[in-house]
Design a protein around this ligand. Sequence first.
Ligand SMILES: [Zn+2]
Length: 176
Amino acid sequence: MTSVLAVLAKNSKSVMDNKNQTNRIFIELHVPDFNIAKDFYSKLGFEVVSDDGIADGVGYFVMERKGAMINFYGGSDKVYGQSYFKKFPKETPRGFEVELTIPVPVAEIDSYFAEVKQKISKNVVQDLVVKTDRSLTWRDFRVADPFGFYLRFTEPINWRVCHCGSGKEWKQCHGK
Ligand SMILES: [Zn+2]
């Protein structure tokens, strides 16, 4: 199902399937239950790429879907005793005001969304819809995982272009 909107997005200046985008940051989610995490992210199409198991109540594993890696730490209530986070109440919402933003190629996002909607519909907090920011148009959908972490699956956007220096056009005006 290729929609008119998908075609529009493909032709947009700033939405693109940029396979050369690189970003050297890794996301580590601290969760108390690895089975719940593995089950949920499997339904999103992620696969385990490494798994240290749990030793003495604390473990580590990594899942990946098409180059999007998420690292997981914890695996028991010991997660709440982590050296930094232990100073906050354990009821603190996981990942409050953080969005994990994961690009999905324009040509794949319709079928991916349909799959997600079928498997974990109650976790979808926003369907696949068109978003606009000035001349930029793209589509995304949003999911809340069982721990509360907020995920955005979005048509790829070139975040190196901006609006500040150009007036009307999106363009790269910082750095190289
Ligand atoms: Zn700028």
